[in-house]
Write a protein that binds this ligand. Structure first.
Ligand SMILES: C[S@@+](CC[C@H](N)C(=O)[O-])C[C@H]1O[C@@H](n2cnc3c(N)ncnc32)[C@H](O)[C@@H]1O
Length: 300
């Protein structure tokens, strides 16, 4: 009995058990998932699986690993179990109630840097639908003199964003709770140099066809209404109000959406400066510039 228990707690035995559990339910990359769940929380290098297979793992750690593997086998996202996702070199805390930042969203930061190569940029920036705060905080790190506001309609998402701000000690970012087109004081309208947004853009009927893992993420972070463009229209309207003439709107869109959104931008009299593809050749990021003719809600 004693030796059996000891076996169960060896690094390699735990790892093999984890891989097997995940493989049985066809989780993609079971080895990577088991390795991350076993090694990262214990701060062990993956190489120890090769060099120290018999390393004894404390019972509490082993128990947590087994619990995590069972949850992962039910498709709970790996990042929720690890509690962290990396974005633009920043470790962001994530968990239930907030979208996990995606790598393609880093293209927004890359585009901002193309337009503002100087780290001394000190304008006002709004991040509409800030989620974990990933975009706002990455920009806060890149531009310590900029004044950045992140807005989100989800109070839970904002708790994650504020926690990330505290942990990363980024002081020039403020988070506001509310709807993107109401939360920011009208007194600031026309004063923003840059509005960025990765809005919810999945057409409602497509959500249930997405990966099982995505179903654990908040609906409000995914659901773009019937045609997927409901919140994009809202963000475009808000950007029109917030930006000064010549200010930039940098927006992430979903697959097949770019032509329709370019059209919406042109109809609102934004000048479209470009579309940037991700590594699957999907036009992912649209860049618009507010002009003197840009239509503004309420005739403002
Ligand atoms: C696709 S997620 C993006 C989160 C984060 N910016 C990122 O890149 O990972 C969209 C975010 O928009 C928020 N949201 C949805 N509708 C909104 C609205 N009307 N006003 C403000 N935020 C909204 C959601 O709560 C969610 O956090």
């Amino acid at each position: 009995m004693h030796s059996h228990k000891k076996m169960q707690h060896s690094l390699s035995a735990l790892y093999s058990w984890g891989v097997q559990q995940l493989r049985q339910v066809k989780i993609e990359s079971p080895e990577k998932n088991a390795r991350d769940l076993l090694m990262i929380p214990s701060h062990l290098s993956p190489i120890r699986l090769l060099t120290d297979p018999d390393l004894g793992i404390p019972a509490a750690t082993a128990e947590k690993f087994r619990r995590d593997i069972r949850r992962r086998a039910r498709h709970v996202p790996l990042q929720y179990l690890l509690g962290t996702e990396w974005f633009w070199g920043l470790p962001l805390r994530v968990g239930s109630g907030v979208l996990i930042p995606r790598p393609e969203t880093e293209l927004i930061i890359a585009q901002v840097k193309r337009f503002y190569p100087d780290g001394k940029f000190s304008g006002h920036v709004a991040d509409l639908g800030t989620g974990s705060g990933n975009i706002a905080l990455a920009l806060g790190r890149e531009y310590p003199r900029a004044k950045i506001i992140g807005v989100d309609i989800s109070a839970t998402a904002l708790q994650w964003a504020r926690r990330n701000k505290r942990l990363l000690k980024i002081r020039n970012v403020k988070f506001l709770h509310g709807d993107a087109d109401h939360a920011i004081s009208k007194q600031l309208y026309g004063g923003f140099s840059l509005v960025v947004s990765n809005p919810p853009y999945i057409p409602r009927r497509d959500i249930r066809r997405l990966q099982a893992e995505v179903q654990f993420e908040p609906r409000v972070a995914l659901d773009g209404g019937q045609d997927g463009l409901r919140i994009i229209r809202k963000m475009l309207g808000a950007a029109g109000c917030l930006l000064h003439t010549g200010g930039l709107f940098i927006l992430e869109v979903g697959i097949h959406q770019a032509p329709g959104v370019v059209d919406l931008m042109r109809r609102a009299k934004f000048k479209v400066l470009g579309a940037v593809e991700d590594w699957q050749q999907i036009p992912r990021i649209l860049i618009g510039c507010k002009t003197k003719e840009t239509k503004i809600k309420d005739g403002k």
